[in-house]
Write a protein that binds this ligand. Structure first.
Ligand SMILES: [Zn+2]
Length: 558
């Protein structure tokens, strides 16, 4: 049987988040497999209330677990490593990544009570990892976290470049620059590049991306011109930005304090992993309280409005003895991720009510993206000249737009969303199979399938309220006493002005008095009849149909 090269995204293709990609090589159905990234995405109140984390459904990988040779992690963002503690135990393959990412993953595993000895630290190219039919090299790329890497995956069918998340930044402040010379070399070794699997996040942004270093002067000038306390937020993992902000604060003669556990930890890990050097001295929160406001700068977590993070806490009042007031400035050195706008705007308004000036990245002075914009993507296409381009890391519209660019350049392409298995052996990609994929929800401490119905039921209860009906049926199949009703999440009184609980109870009791024996004797029929009555009354009284639970207790004759 002939061998083939396959690609299968399980997450990240058709959405921004929960990245998980599979490559395989070998005889059909027996390909050896590697997994690239195991990330999470975050729930929202509309679609997944109460859920803690969302990640790719790995059922297909679990069914083929003996074929997995390794897991590679490109960088330390949550949408690339966040699922490790939850999914690794199902896959149990060795994990390869670079030093800083390894440190972040190890913390994650240990916090989840797991060992971290599955993690192997890899040095960048020319060092390589040989697993099964694959030879994999890590190539440094610039992004918004140190030590991001693209992967060069050499297979008997040709060379794949998996970009991971990247931007073209020759001076990223912290971490390694994007090196066009090295990429030129990579493109020209052997038979060149067969497949480019490429970040699509910013395909709709038409201006060239800007370097992290372009923020240094504007941030320094901005902070120097402020009178009261300055508070700035950004992603904790954007170590370069933390450094730029802290240096700008120090240059303005301010004491700098990092607020938020994630942020202090990130700086510590980056220093230990040797990717961060020369971070300015900072003071502890308990000492910050005594510093005059015009000499203090806080750098805080919670740029996305996360409820428990420092930004949200400050917007509600005192946090660790610190609070904001009129004349202070709050700077969002960050972009709001789609979906988080409402929470962030609520916080901005809360600050505004305190008389705090809120400044965001508008105009691009105080924030740059970590992803390559359209002209940069095109530059990479031209530099690498792949035979096939597979857009990844993007919503459907991003993937499709990226594929259009490829076609316009005569590069074979295919929009492959989660679950689409491509055969990449030939000169053009072929869809060979659709794998049943979905999402896992981490709900509290339990992994459930997104389609298991748990969250659907939770949403229905949240939207419609809940009625609990209890009836007791005696040994002779005769209702004992009246039905008993409890309401949850529903108004007490409706249109008639009467007590709705009482009205439902009366209707149920009236029904039970005359109910035919064949209904009373049958659990399902009784359940259905009582449910219908409760919903009918609620519809008349309050104009909506609640969820109903019927509990029938039957007394047994000895
Ligand atoms: Zn990233």
């Amino acid at each position: 049987m002939s061998e083939r090269l396959i690609y299968l995204p399980l997450g990240g293709a058709g959405e921004v988040g929960m990245n998980a990609y599979v490559y395989g090589y070998g005889p059909e159905g027996k390909e050896r497999l590697i997994v690239v990234d195991l990330g999470v995405t975050f729930p929202d109140m509309d679609g997944s209330p109460g859920v803690d984390l969302i990640m790719a459904d790995t059922a297909w990988l679990e069914a083929n677990v003996n074929r997995i040779d390794a897991i590679f992690l490109t960088h330390g963002h949550e949408d690339h490593i966040g699922a490790m503690p939850h999914l690794w135990p199902k896959l149990r393959a060795p994990v390869f990544t670079r030093r800083f990412t390894a440190a972040l993953v190890a913390i994650k595993m240990e916090e989840a009570g797991m060992a971290s000895d599955m993690i192997r630290v890899v040095e960048p190219r020319p060092k390589a990892v040989d697993v099964g039919p694959f030879r994999v090299q890590f190539v440094p790329v610039s992004h918004s976290i140190p030590e991001s890497s693209a992967l060069i995956i050499d297979t008997p069918a040709g060379r794949i470049v998996h970009t991971g998340d990247f931007k073209l930044d020759g001076n990223p402040v912290v971490g390694e620059p994007f090196d066009p010379l090295e990429w030129h070399e990579i493109a020209n070794e052997g038979a060149g590049i067969k497949v480019l699997c490429c970040d699509s996040t910013n395909v709709f942004t038409h201006n060239p991306g800007r370097s992290e270093s372009t923020l240094v002067a504007p941030l320094r000038d901005f902070i120097a011109s402020q009178k009261g306390m300055v508070v700035a937020t950004t992603f904790a993992s954007n170590v370069a930005r933390l450094k730029t902000l802290a240096e700008a604060g120090r240059a303005a003669g301010r004491s700098v304090c990092l607020l938020g556990r994630a942020m202090r930890k990130m700086v510590q890990v980056a220093e230990e992993a040797n990717v961060l050097k020369g971070f300015p001295g900072t003071i502890q929160p308990e000492d910050a309280v005594d510093v005059p406001r015009d000499s203090l700068m806080l750098i805080v977590t919670g740029s996305q409005g996360e409820r428990r993070a420092a930004t949200a806490q400050l917007s509600r009042g005192k946090y660790l003895g610190l609070s904001m007031k009129e004349g202070d400035t709050f700077l969002f050195s960050s972009k709001v991720i789609p979906g988080n706008e409402r929470g962030v705007i609520r916080i901005m308004n809360a600050f505004s009510e305190m008389g705090v000036d809120v400044v965001d990245d508008r105009g691009g002075l105080y924030h740059v993206s970590g992803h390559a914009n359209r002209p940069d993507l095109e530059a990479v296409h031209d530099l690498l000249r792949p035979q096939i381009l597979i857009p990844m890391h993007g919503e459907h519209r991003h993937l499709r737009e990226h594929a259009k660019i490829a076609l316009s350049k005569g590069i074979a392409t295919e929009v492959a969303t989660n679950g689409t298995m491509l055969d990449l052996t030939g000169p053009a990609p072929k869809v060979v199979e659709y794998i049943e994929t979905g999402r896992f929800y981490l709900d509290g401490t339990v992994l459930i399938g997104a389609l298991d119905g748990v969250v659907r039921e939770r949403i229905r209860m949240a939207l419609n309220g809940h009625v609990l009906i209890t009836v007791i049926i005696d040994e002779d199949d005769v209702p004992l006493g009246d039905a008993w009703v409890e309401l949850m999440g529903l108004p007490e009184r409706g249109k008639s002005g009467g007590d709705m609980m009482k009205i439902i109870e009366d209707e149920l009791s009236a029904f039970l008095e005359t109910a035919p024996e064949k209904i009373v004797r049958d659990d399902d029929k009784l359940d259905e009849a009582l449910r219908r009555i409760a919903r009918q009354v609620a519809m008349e009284e309050i104009g909506k149909k609640p969820e109903v639970t019927v509990v029938v207790s039957r007394l047994m004759a000895d």
